[in-house]
Design a protein around this ligand. Structure first.
Ligand code: PEP
Length: 256
């Protein structure tokens, strides 16, 4: 079994003082689980540095929700992967909100992936089909296109630094999670695609499920063999809920 990873995507929530206070609470309650899984929080970039300092010396890692494909230059409003290098552990790339609301294309995401690896960041690459694509039976085609484009030119030796988050867009923030069986099947085909593209090292890549993960469904999702953890949005904003999801991953390890 691959070591699970639970990542909390805070999106555009919390003021800086609220985020710092929340990170301090998380540090206290989540540390006991960190021997069995990786735990990552993805705060807004404004508070990322402060939160990295609050969590320094503790096994909970931090990640950015977005960064440019350039290392520096005249890109007003952007932050660069070079600015994150050395203290921020993860970068989330390809979240459906970035694809849909900020028009990020597969080609841009490939450039972001290359820039993240160039700066030695670990990447969580989010992929997944919209409701329309799902209803048209195009899930496999969409996943294949998104993965192939994002991984274009990426060397197999990067596999250990890559995590895929399979997030059916229709499940994000809707309260309508994919069934564990549906998610497991899609993730099994993602594993096959990763093997085709990156060879045997693809076995090291964790594949997370994302989309309305809650304390009520986390344990059954995590019992599926292809599900190596979760990317959690709404439930990551509530300490009790996020802790229960982290606990479910730790218990999945114990019962494996
Ligand atoms: C997400 O935004 O990545 C996500 C999975 O959100 P939620 O858990 O709220 O569906």
């Amino acid at each position: 079994m691959r070591r699970p990873l639970i990542a909390g995507n805070w999106k555009m929530h919390f003021t800086v003082p609220e985020g710092l206070e929340y990170a301090l609470h998380l540090r206290h309650v989540l540390e006991p689980f960190a021997d069995r899984e990786d735990i990552v929080v993805l705060p807004p970039s404004l508070m990322l540095w402060e939160i990295a300092n609050v969590l320094r010396g503790c096994p909970i890692e931090v990640g950015a929700q977005n960064a440019s494909w350039e290392d520096q230059g005249p890109f007003t409003g952007e932050i660069s992967p070079k600015m994150l290098a050395g203290w921020c552990h993860y970068l989330l790339i390809g979240h459906s909100e970035r694809r849909q609301l900020f028009n990020e294309t597969d080609e841009m995401l490939n450039r972001k992936l290359q820039a993240a690896f160039r700066n030695n960041l670990k990447v969580i690459l989010a992929i997944g089909e919209t409701l329309e694509e799902h209803d048209l039976g195009r899930t496999q085609e969409v996943i294949t296109r998104q993965l192939s484009a994002a991984l274009y030119g990426i060397e197999a030796r990067r596999a250990a630094d890559l995590t895929i988050a399979y997030e059916p867009v229709w499940a994000i923030g809707t309260g309508r999670a994919a069934t564990p069986e549906y998610a497991n099947e899609a993730m099994s085909s993602i594993r096959g695609l990763l093997q085709q593209k990156l060879g045997p090292l693809a076995g090291e890549i964790r594949i997370l499920y994302g989309g309305s993960v809650t304390p009520a469904n986390a344990a059954t999702l995590m019992q599926k063999p292809e599900i190596d953890g979760a990317l959690v949005g709404g439930a990551s904003l509530k300490q009790a809920d996020f802790t229960e999801i982290v606990r479910a991953a730790a218990e999945a390890v114990r019962s494996a």
